[in-house]
Write a new protein. Structure first.
Length: 500
């Protein structure tokens, strides 16, 4: 082959590589294909716990403890969660062209359960219908996704972001973190009910003393010890910057649970078919069915229910929006991907991608999708382009066929992940101005009222209302407070017109 021919071949190869390179801007951002692949895998392993944890949170417990319609919801959400993560992450890959991933947001999935599933479970009149509650929840997620999309594509998102008080922006994610940590403690039994003090720490002595046999006592105590150990392991691995510390701890705790309790996991590969069947029957486009009953109480339209739906829609939208904004600023700053104004590059496309993912998730059958803070793990190993997100998406697709393995993971393995994520989400509260009492009180109320009232919505509502009142009575009310005032009024109307 002549030198001239060699030059032509090299030119063709260069052209092929550069076309791929130019699309994802790999060289432009100082990266390479190998680094992007490693980054994509790292992000996946850092957030893979959501595949099991999300259906656990929406259905209210781990798969092995569920039955009836709740198990149907678990199957449906399992498939929907993965597909929503794939859609959202691919939007980052090909539209926003950023090395970030999306999946169902922690905290928001718990909010979904306590807002739509739990009220059905607590009914005492014999009309319990968790499938109806599930589909009504999907309808609200659809509305919040549409609202977020409108705000994102019209630029109103920027105006709202600048108008809402900074103390509540920091307190809301922290409050959600405290709430989901509380749920983690409850799920595994570390925190238990008490008729005198409402809650108490797990009674090790009582569990051992009251057990029929020493082994039964050990089986009651083992999950608590394993959960605590799992959290410690997660912290140690994170301290030494081991990638995938969460999923490593979950898998390790699962193995330890079955060894410690001397039990064998039971599963059937027919669960793969069951998960797709229930996804197609209940989850896919279930949001449209939810609209049939969403605005009614006992079959009748009520204004109170309407205000409740509006408040819930706004809550889901705002939490998603500010959670995404916080993640983008943090991860983009770590990757040195900020523009001259200190904002993440491709900010608009990223927010648009997030809103479309939430809308897609609601149609598929799961709660709000959001940009995952674990994307920072991939950025930390050098991920700079959307190609890393392509790799993460491929890994999620593989999870569709691993349902049998997902169903055997016990609560003591996933609870530490909830507590750990709660710890991470609390960090932002340290930035609240506690010297200014008009800032400290609303932030504190938003933080503590979420776990104390078992409602994220209530925490945001009380924080917003107290903020507006303090600003009014101290003479600090400004034009920029109009937006939060509207939100506070809507929440106040919900308290007045809706039985909590």
């Amino acid at each position: 082959m002549s030198k001239k021919t060699d030059v032509k071949v090299e030119a063709v190869q260069e052209k092929k590589v550069s076309k791929f390179d130019r699309f994802f801007k790999i060289s432009e951002r100082g990266s390479n294909v190998k680094t992007e692949i490693i980054a994509g895998l790292t992000t996946f392993f850092a957030m893979a716990y959501i595949v099991v944890t999300n259906p656990n949170q929406i259905a209210g417990d781990s798969f092995d403890k569920l039955s009836g319609d709740l198990k149907i919801i678990w199957y449906s959400v399992y498939v929907a969660s993965i597909l929503a993560a794939v859609v959202g992450t691919l939007l980052y890959a090909f539209y926003a062209k950023m090395p970030f991933a999306q999946a169902c947001g922690m905290g928001l999935n718990s909010f979904f359960f306590v807002s739509f599933i739990l009220p059905e479970l607590l009914k005492e009149d014999g009309t319990t219908d968790v499938i109806k509650g599930y589909k009504e929840g999907l309808s609200v997620i659809l509305l919040s996704g549409l609202l977020f999309m409108i705000l994102s594509f019209t630029g109103l998102r920027t105006m709202i972001a600048k108008s809402l008080p900074d103390n509540l922006k920091k307190a809301i994610p922290a409050g959600i973190g405290l709430f989901i940590a509380f749920l983690g403690f409850q799920n595994v039994g570390i925190i238990q009910p008490n008729q005198y003090t409402l809650v108490q720490f797990f009674d090790f002595h009582g569990a051992w003393k009251n057990a029929a046999t020493p082994f039964e006592g050990w089986k009651a105590i083992a999950p608590i010890l394993i959960a605590i150990l799992g959290l410690i392991i997660m912290g140690v691995l994170s301290k030494f910057k081991v990638k995938g510390s969460v999923i490593i701890s979950i898998l390790g705790s699962t193995v330890l649970y079955y060894i410690a309790t001397w039990t064998l996991p039971s599963f059937s590969f027919t669960s793969i078919g069951s998960s797709f069947y229930h996804f197609g029957k209940e989850g896919l486009f279930g949001a449209f069915e939810g609209f049939k009953t969403l605005f009614t109480t006992g079959g009748q339209f009520t204004w109170g229910t309407l205000f409740s739906v509006i408040a819930l829609t706004i809550t889901f939208c705002l939490v998603d929006m500010f959670d995404t904004m916080g993640t983008l600023y943090g991860a983009a700053s770590q990757a040195n991907m900020l523009d001259e104004n200190g904002d993440p590059i491709n900010m608009k496309q990223s927010m648009n991608a997030d809103s479309v993912a939430t809308l897609s998730g609601s149609l598929l059958g799961t709660s709000t999708c959001t940009t995952f803070v674990e994307s920072s793990a991939g950025v930390g190993v050098g991920g700079r382009t959307g190609f890393a997100s392509v790799i993460t998406s491929v890994c999620f697709i593989a999870c569709l066929f691993l349902t049998p393995l997902a169903t055997i993971i016990p609560a003591c393995a996933t609870a530490p992940a909830l507590i750990y994520i709660g710890v991470l989400m609390l960090k932002g509260f340290a930035k609240v101005d506690m010297e200014d009492i008009t800032s400290a009180i609303p932030a504190f109320l938003a933080l503590v009222m979420m776990p104390l009232t078992y409602s994220i919505s209530n925490g945001i509502a009380i924080g917003a209302i107290s903020y507006v009142l303090l600003r009014l009575f101290t003479g600090k009310y400004q034009k920029k407070d109009i937006v939060i005032t509207v939100v506070a009024v809507l929440f106040a109307l919900r308290f007045a017109l809706v039985t909590m």
